[in-house]
Write a protein that binds this ligand. Sequence first.
Ligand SMILES: [Fe+2]
Ligand SMILES: [Fe+2]
Length: 312
Amino acid sequence: MKLIPARLSVVKPSIKRNFDIYAMNKTQPVLILSKNTPLKKGSLLFKHYANRIIYIPSEQLQAYKQLITNSLDDILKDESMPEQHKMYAIYVTFTNQLEMLMNNKNISIAKNISKNMTKFVGSILNSSSSISIFLSFIENNIHNIATHMFNVGIYSTMLTKILYPDISSTQLEKVATGYFMHDIGMIKIDKNILQKKDKYTKKEYEEIKKHPVLGAEILEKELKIKDPNIIKIILEHHERKDGSGYPYGKKDINRFARICSMCDIFDAITSKREYKDNPPETTFEALKNNKEFFVDEFGKEFYEAFVLCFKQ
Ligand SMILES: [Fe+2]
Ligand SMILES: [Fe+2]
């Protein structure tokens, strides 16, 4: 049985639970509460583990994530809940919803993601330590499109906040929606290509290259999102300033699409991929080894602001 670290504090005690809770006794996992036993808020167990790491069996993780997703509004309203735990609940909700969107190809989930953007941006703007807390949730060991979209969403929102400190919450919410859903067009790409563990053939790569246009269509036609910055983030995040990018080979690229583009490349360098022979670069290595490329493609201002994200 594989156990995944989780937090108990964000589990609402009164709600029905479909997962077992384990703790570690030295290196041995111990079942502390089976899914059939109710969790009581005032109980010693709840108090003892409220600020500690608990463990959930990997096959029950979805039930844990869904319970947090369903109770996110209550968690955020709970005045006794520390900010850091609220941010954790937002992180669990986002990754859960992005996974459901990409796996089930259900567009209505995208609507919920854009609704939850207000909560994410609120917590980014209200806390000075939010950048480092959200960055700590980034996972480089799991590679799937949902995790990638979450990582790029976090990096790009942080970078936007540093580059444009006076940006309004409404504007930041809009661009963050674009960042977190930048690869939504991938849901229209053949599953066999997406799940391929080797490098793409030329023909497969041509298919993949359709995702920006397909994504923009989903937003405009199915989600009725027309904001030009959101659309351009999705449409232009693979364009390059010398015109060598896709889908149009545009040289005049939207500034938020460029932020997304830089973070997209950074996440590819720092994340594990099946076809890579070498392990991914660490944050430090990626910033150091690719400085010349980033400065040349995105400019010194973008590069320096990005480095600043990791110093907060
Ligand atoms: Fe993309
Ligand atoms: Fe991407």
